[in-house]
Design a protein around this ligand. Structure first.
Ligand code: NAD
Length: 252
């Protein structure tokens, strides 16, 4: 049946409980802020309580210390917050090492946070969503899951983000008929603490700007509306999608 709501109301998520991981700073914080402005009750779940507590307070949300790689902690949080309808898997890390010199621990750290962490959260928060027959999951993947960034070497990161995009498709297929949509956003270069090293490295900076058709990096707030769209009823028939927000990078 047609939805009687005016189109902008489809973006409202009033009263829904949203958990955003890795949202003490950077892209995650802007996503948390945007979801709060759209009416959600927001929980920021991050490793870093020093920054995270203040970040949550500034948007009227709550803070939970969480390491997404700690599956028992993820399960415990999901059990304590059974009403979560929106999960944003945003926590992620990068390591820049030439492939042939990549230490085992760097490879594992990237995969553990960026892939395992996303799956643990999907599995643990997804159960209650499936039981309720309603939920929306949005992960922060990356354009790095579609192209191999350069000049900085980051094979583990690129592989991890490709995994997030395909995990998204896989879960979307499994859960589509049960009311749970699973999507991701794939940002291009975005000005956050994560990219500071690159911006401070003249060769990296020149390549990043030169190869982004818009000639600049994204600001973190420019990623949030894409997440809101996918999280909300505006995307009621969208699942398994990777929404690229990259200033045209992957087109070139
Ligand atoms: P950031 O480093 O500024 O922030 C990452 C946040 O995640 C921090 O608050 C950190 O404490 C938290 N975090 C790290 N490990 C965690 C863990 N194990 N458990 C819980 N929280 C953890 O990074 P950002 O640039 O804002 O990136 C956010 C997401 O966007 C990441 O998944 C990143 O891969 C992705 N991304 C970033 C860019 C970019 O150019 N900045 C581009 C594409 C995708």
């Amino acid at each position: 049946a047609p939805d009687p709501r005016p189109i902008l109301d489809l973006f409202r998520i009033g009263g829904r409980h949203a958990v955003v991981t890795g949202a003490a700073q950077g892209i995650g914080f802007e996503i948390a802020k945007g979801l709060a402005q759209a009416g959600a009750r927001v929980t920021i779940a991050d490793l870093n309580p020093d920054v995270g507590e203040a970040a949550a307070a500034s948007i009227g949300g709550t803070f939970e210390v969480l390491d997404v790689t700690d599956v028992a902690a993820v399960a415990a949080l999901a059990a304590r917050l059974p009403d979560v309808e929106i999960l944003v898997n945003n926590a992620g890390i990068v390591r820049n090492t030439p492939a042939e010199d990549t230490p085992d621990d760097d490879w594992r750290a990237v995969m553990t946070v960026n892939v395992d962490g996303v799956f643990w959260c999907c599995r643990e928060f997804g159960r209650a969503m499936l039981a309720r027959g309603r939920g929306s999951i949005v992960s922060t993947a990356s354009m790095s899951g579609m192209i191999s960034n350069h000049p900085q070497p980051q094979a583990a990161y690129n592989a991890s983000k490709a995994a997030v995009i395909h995990l998204t498709r896989s879960l979307a297929g499994e859960w589509a008929s049960r009311g749970v949509r699973v999507n991701c956003v794939s940002p291009g270069y975005t000005a956050t603490p994560m990219t500071k090293r690159g911006l401070d490295t003249p060769e990296w900076r020149a390549t990043w700007l030169g190869e982004t058709p818009m000639g600049r990096l994204a600001e973190p707030f420019e990623i949030a509306p894409a997440v809101l769209y996918l999280a909300s009823d505006a995307a009621s028939f969208v699942t398994g999608h990777s929404l690229v927000v990259d200033g045209g990078y992957v087109c070139w």
